[in-house]
Design a binder for this molecule. Structure first.
Ligand code: NAD
Length: 482
């Protein structure tokens, strides 16, 4: 990996930045020479992406696990390989339909003209991906951008250097670098990347960095899709089966050790059911991972810095006298940085765990006696990326759906809306701008170009100057029929 420093305009470019400039220029020229890849060229590109994902599966599993300290190979297969391949296959299956020009109605006073929306590739797309699902969050947007006919440069996170290297080699082994390539480097390369005049950016990462990316992109007026984070609530309604909700919340929180953008961040449950909720979630967690220190099923925290941040969040709340339930071993010096599920009962609203996105296996559980109290709690914070609601009372469910704004929702489970390719995936407000997955990804990476086909029988010149009584009469007639 090249050395990297903070980006300043007057210093010499680092190796990573030079490589970025070279690849961007190559891809831009290639785009200008061939701006509209055919359907079969795009299918070939999706096939290459599927092939490189599947044939390098073992290398990806090993690299990601080495980057994390330990990453469950099952979870890598499910959340990285399967999600990426199924998204690319979905695009392959629907591409012909997505590429078609969409005819739209033409108003009567413009007839017999025709109007169509014709999807067109944007050009060269930049993708900045985070460390938490380093393969899926690089390749799933790449598949969408390639399906839409673009060329793609990917800048993965510096926190997963082994995966970045394997990914770079895997992409180079299948793709011509004028079509798809990986640029590695640290924050300096990331900044140079955001200052590059791409035709579109998709950034996945934190809200704070997302805002910086949007500012840098604005200088070139490069449009951005920002896939960010936030505090996603899990709301247990009075009508819910606590056992079922607990199983789902424990799984959603402990997958990838809570380092999932759509993990349930905290739980709201009726006051009278607080103890039962804590017991049920702790019980479910014990069944999922009976011995976190020794099992390879449970994923490590990505770095010492991230581990220390989570431990500090716990200790600060413990010092405030908040009741904490640690589910399983709490060996803070574990060489693989495994952190047990740590449940906190009703921590103060101004504690770090209630102010920041947790992004680890810490689960605050707070009382909310009514649907309205839950709504007020959610709406007092930034708009979350995901919201989970558990219960049987349809009126309460609809009240939550109509009175809260979140990126997406799964009812009576966690995480699933993300895996449904027919649903757009993205945040709202501080949790993101725009969306991808399925057709939403195709349109995000396309210019949906409006084209008006004038008829040879049209006579638009009857409204041209010089303006006379006749043109005024025609205008009056048009105003009556529109
Ligand atoms: P991050 O914002 O620290 O980094 C994301 C990427 O941005 C990395 O590649 C990093 O190298 C790069 N980067 C850092 N500073 C930069 C800068 N100044 N300019 C340009 N690029 C820069 O995020 P992270 O810690 O890697 O990931 C965790 C966050 O990502 C969490 O907030 C999580 O919720 C969010 N996330 C969101 C989604 C989603 O789909 N919405 C998915 C996964 C993670």
């Amino acid at each position: 990996m090249p050395a990297d420093t903070a980006h300043t305009p007057d210093r010499e470019k680092t190796e990573g930045e030079q490589e970025l400039a070279r690849l961007f220029s190559l891809q831009k020229q290639a785009y200008l020479a061939a701006p509209y890849p055919t359907y079969s060229e795009r299918i070939d590109r999706l096939d290459l992406l599927i092939r490189l994902t599947e044939t390098n599966e073992d290398k990806f599993i090993e690299a990601i696990s080495a980057d994390f300290g330990n990453r469950s190979s099952f979870e890598t297969v499910v959340a990285e390989i399967v999600v990426t391949v199924s998204g690319a296959k979905h695009a392959r299956k629907h591409l012909k339909h997505w590429m078609r020009p969409r005819g739209v109605a033409t108003p009567v006073h413009m007839l017999p003209a025709k109007s169509r929306i014709e999807p067109q590739p944007l050009g060269v797309v930049g993708i900045i991906s985070p460390w938490n699902y380093p393969l899926q969050l690089a390749l799933a947007p790449a598949a969408a951008a390639l399906a839409a006919g673009n060329r793609v440069l990917i800048k993965p996170s510096e926190l997963t250097p082994r995966l970045s290297e394997v990914l770079q080699q895997a992409i180079a082994s299948q793709f011509d670098e004028t079509v798809c390539a990986v640029v590695t480097g640290g924050v300096g390369t990331g900044q140079a990347f955001t200052e590059t005049p791409f035709d579109h950016f998709l950034f996945t990462g934190s809200t704070a960095v997302g805002a910086r990316v949007a500012q840098a992109a604005a200088k070139n007026l490069t449009p951005v899709t920002l896939e960010l984070g936030g505090k996603s609530p899990a709301i247990i309604d009075d009508s819910a089966d606590i056992g079922d909700a607990a199983k789902s919340i424990a799984y959603g929180k402990m997958l990838n050790a809570g380092q999932t953008c759509v993990a349930p961040d905290y739980v709201l449950t009726p006051h009278a059911k607080l103890d039962a909720t804590v017991e049920a979630i702790a019980g479910a967690a014990r069944k999922l991972y009976p011995a976190i220190d020794t099992t390879d099923d449970y994923t490590s925290i990505i770095s010492d810095r991230h581990f220390a941040r989570l431990k500090s969040m716990i200790e600060k709340v413990r010092d405030q006298g908040v009741k904490i339930v640690e589910v399983g071993s709490s060996n803070a010096l574990h060489p693989q940085r495994k952190l047990p599920l740590t449940i906190m009962i009703d921590p103060p609203v101004d504690s770090d765990v209630m102010k920041e996105e947790i992004f680890g296996p810490i689960l605050p559980i707070l009382p909310a006696d009514t649907t309205d109290a839950a709504v007020q709690h959610v709406n007092a914070g930034d708009r979350p990326l995901a919201l989970y609601w558990y219960g049987k009372d349809d009126n309460a469910r609809d009240y939550i759906l109509q009175n809260t704004v979140s990126g997406g929702v799964t009812v009576n489970d966690a995480l699933w809306h993300v895996a449904q390719e027919n649903l757009p995936f993205g945040g709202v407000g501080k949790s993101g701008i725009g969306s991808y997955h399925g057709e939403a990804g195709f349109t995000t990476f396309s210019h949906m170009k409006p084209v008006f086909y004038q008829s040879r029988f049209a006579n638009g010149s009857i409204m041209h100057p010089p303006y006379t009584d006749k043109t005024s009469k025609i205008l009056s007639f048009v105003r009556k029929i529109i």
